[in-house]
Design a protein around this ligand. Structure first.
Ligand code: C2E
Ligand code: CA
Ligand code: CA
Ligand code: CA
Length: 278
């Protein structure tokens, strides 16, 4: 048992070393990613399945770096949060997404673009100024920008979260609460927040057909949204069964592989052209 404990300890140390090294390596490459044009935004459509119309496009970040290889945004954004690089990257994402939304608008598509905001970005007191500047620079109407923030960001510092959300709302920018159901929002608190949409996290959608708990949670979020006069959208919808369930439950806004995976800007424009052509 003793030797066993010792080797566990060694594993633990190695694990920490490997993780630290990975963080350092990723962080170093990430520092140069913007200058080297390695970042790209892909877009995933959000559909109203009753009307069969696109109601918006979510911008999702991709990083192409040959030294690091394939790396998911969940990993490199978490590292960028720690190193602080996430602010610079987040500003680039905002700028790029708004420029794209403006291009779609000039094509006569009034499609809101949704941008994921990181915790650190949301804590910046100047966020609304940054947003205002980006909108002005791209001549984009504020209602064509939606910010996706997570439940946990609202709980860290509720007072400053409310201040920031009010500033953004006053500007006319829309707010969605992402990953809804995975945090611990107090429900009474939710009604005080100037938000527009609840986004049901894909972990509750995945096993909707077989897991009665997940089905109950999805139903609860949908009725909560209805009662609070908020829009509700489900992410990660992959099957027709899931779609049917959500339809029955009264959730008509859908995002997921069933409709489309995230696509390059160019492919997104073709997708929009296709669905909009009459
Ligand atoms: P998220 O905002 O919850 O985004 C949903 C994730 O689910 C995306 O993963 C998307 O590609 C994926 N997805 C979409 N449809 C389906 C589906 O039907 N099935 C499954 N299994 N997955 C689906 P992705 O692009 O890898 O992004 C992961 C997370 O990284 C995002 O989660 C978000 O938290 C973060 N992220 C991505 N881009 C940005 C960004 O520009 N800024 C910030 N701060 N975070 C970002
Ligand atoms: Ca999101
Ligand atoms: Ca999610
Ligand atoms: Ca997320």
């Amino acid at each position: 048992a003793k030797s066993n404990g010792r080797s566990n300890f060694q594993f633990y140390n190695e694990d920490i070393q490997t993780k630290t090294l990975r963080k350092l390596t990723v962080g170093n490459h990430l520092r140069k990613a913007l200058d080297r044009n390695e970042l790209e935004l892909v877009y995933q459509p959000k559909l109203n399945i009753n009307k069969n119309t696109i109601i918006g496009m979510e911008a999702l970040l991709r990083w192409h770096n040959t030294a690091i290889g394939a790396i998911e945004p969940d990993e490199f954004i978490a590292i960028a949060e720690e190193t602080g690089q996430v602010n610079e990257i987040g500003n680039w994402v905002l700028e790029e997404a708004c420029a794209q939304a403006r291009m779609w608008q000039l094509r006569n598509y009034n499609l809101p673009v949704s941008v994921n905001i990181s915790a650190r970005q949301f804590q910046q007191q100047s966020l609304y100024k940054t947003v205002a500047n980006v909108l002005a620079k791209n001549q984009l109407p504020p209602e064509l920008l939606e910010l996706e923030i997570t439940e946990t960001m609202l709980l860290d510092d509720p007072d400053s979260a409310i201040t920031t959300l009010n500033q953004l709302k006053e500007m006319g920018v829309r707010i969605a609460v992402d990953d809804f159901g995975t945090g611990y929002s107090s429900l009474s608190y939710l009604k005080k927040l100037p938000i527009n949409t609840l986004k049901i996290d894909k972990t509750f959608i995945q096993d909707l057909d077989t897991d009665t708990d997940d089905a109950a949670i999805a139903n609860a979020i949908i009725s909560l949204a209805k009662n609070l006069n908020l829009a509700v959208i489900a992410e990660g919808v992959e099957t027709h069964q899931q779609l049917e369930f959500l339809k029955q439950a009264g959730c008509h806004e859908i995002q997921g592989f069933l409709i489309s995976p995230p696509m390059t800007a160019q492919a997104s424009t073709l997708f929009i052209d296709d669905l909009t052509r009459r």
